[in-house]
Design a binder for this molecule. Structure first.
Ligand SMILES: CC(C)(COP(=O)(O)OP(=O)(O)OC[C@H]1O[C@@H](n2cnc3c(N)ncnc32)[C@H](O)[C@@H]1OP(=O)(O)O)[C@@H](O)C(=O)NCCC(=O)NCCS
Length: 134
């Protein structure tokens, strides 16, 4: 297993397949992608889990966290998340946050993230903003 920085073009197919399988690759792009740092977890040279990180001053948001379905529930996503938290703490970031699918809030709580009062719906999906202070 290896975790490393990858290009946005490597990320997009997994993002689309896992998060929005009924939409196009262009749908899963976000304008900020050009300024993001994209990380991928490889198993035997195959990219299976991805996440993108956006640093704004002392705050960092992570977005579009996805593991290929057949590899979910095996601990890979947790390894990738731990890796980016270490990376961000090394960058002297003081607050890490994300807009979590509400169904995934329990997962992020295991990493010390807490739900804020910001909740919203987008594209028929319920979200809650979660944060962790470093
Ligand atoms: C969210 C997501 C990225 C997590 O990736 P993952 O690789 O499945 O993550 P993990 O395997 O580390 O953890 C998933 C679950 O498996 C459990 N698990 C099973 N075996 C495990 C093991 N050996 N080691 C660690 N965790 C294990 C974890 O506890 C976790 O349980 P929980 O969901 O009840 O909290 C993945 O489920 C996904 O891509 N979902 C669809 C897209 C999505 O919802 N993205 C997030 C938007 S906020």
């Amino acid at each position: 297993m290896t975790i490393k920085e990858v290009s946005i073009d490597q990320i997009l197919p997994i993002r689309q397949q896992v998060m929005w399988p009924d939409k196009s690759i262009d749908f899963v792009r976000v304008p900020e992608d050009e300024n993001g740092i994209h990380f991928g977890l490889f198993v035997e040279e195959n990219l299976i889990s991805v996440v993108s990180v956006f640093i704004h001053g002392q705050e960092a948001q992570f977005r579009k966290f996805a593991t290929l379905e057949q590899f979910q529930g095996k601990g890979y996503g947790s390894r990738l998340l731990e890796y980016i938290f270490d990376f961000l703490e090394g960058k002297k970031v003081t607050r890490i946050w994300c807009n979590a699918r509400t169904s995934k809030a329990g997962f992020y709580q295991k990493f010390g993230m807490v739900e804020t009062e910001v909740i919203f719906q987008k594209e028929g999906m319920a979200y809650v903003e979660m944060e962790r202070y470093c």
